[in-house]
Write a protein that binds this ligand. Sequence first.
Ligand code: UDP
Ligand code: MG
Length: 335
Amino acid sequence: MNKPLLTIAVPCCNEEEVLQETSNQLLRVLTSLIKDNLIQPDSKILFIDDGSRDHTWALIEALVKKSTYLTGLKLTRNFGHQNALLAGLQVAGKHSDCIITIDADLQDDIQVIRTFVERYQEGYDIVYGVRRSRQTDSFFKRNTAQGFYRFMTKLGIKMVYNHADFRLLSKKALKELSRYGEQNMFLRGIIPLLGLTSTEVQYDRKERMAGETKYPLKKMLSFAFNGITSFSIVPIRLIMTVGIMAFFLSSLFGVYALFAKFFGHTDSGWTSIMISLWFLGGLLLISVGLIGEYIGKIYEETKHRPRFSVENDLFSSAFKERKVPTPIVKKTRIR
Ligand code: UDP
Ligand code: MG
């Protein structure tokens, strides 16, 4: 049977309150999978410290010392959830057959990790963890999140409904993913685009174990906005449609205004002029702002900046230490 080397990648941003418990629970799952001969014994749990300001990294280092199954990756600063995930995928991808990504707060059910691995062995390249219901989310989060998914679908962006970043990716999927070089990496939108064989596994989402959400409203909005503008030019078209309609309406209004002038009702025009002035001014500002957003994206993409920087990579160094004898290859240079 296909026995993969699995890495469980966990992005952590100020997660000192949950980290110990998270590592205990994940470790239990990992070791039981190893014991049952489902995955390679050098499979690992990789904690990615996304520029935490608390003691997260110190805790990770302490954990790594205690267990060979645990390892860490420290980014130089906070690069955001998606880039932290990407860093984990890229660094661990070199040595793993498949990677499971999961949030540090263990809201996702770790018991289905086993099912993920089984699906992988059945030949699936992507396994999505899908929430059965959102009862544990706050009323606000539930409704905004579902509205977001609906809106994305309306815009023609293929997304797996109620799937966050709890998923398994095979080496093949990772390789394909690495060919997407965009700066604004919105993984949930990109992974379905890979077109590889995929399946869903349902689970119940729990409440955050401890600590508070690292996605306050501001981050949520910017996440949603980025998701939309990275994938769809529908908003630009929408603005154009509204612009054309507004132009049409105002020309009708212009005819009316001229008509009114010649028939002597001019003094009543002040209100309507003010209203249309503000309306059109607002519309123009929105349009310019939105177009500016896309131009900003183009600007960002053209810079080709790295999406993350690593400060300390315990994962790769652990693999280097094993000193796998490399076959001696005679170097011949073709000129
Ligand atoms: N996270 C991160 N960088 C950030 C924000 C969040 O690595 O800038 C991590 C965080 O530590 C957690 C995951 O992303 O493991 C999801 O965050 P959280 O659970 O706070 O989000 P929510 O479940 O409330 O949407
Ligand atoms: Mg969470």
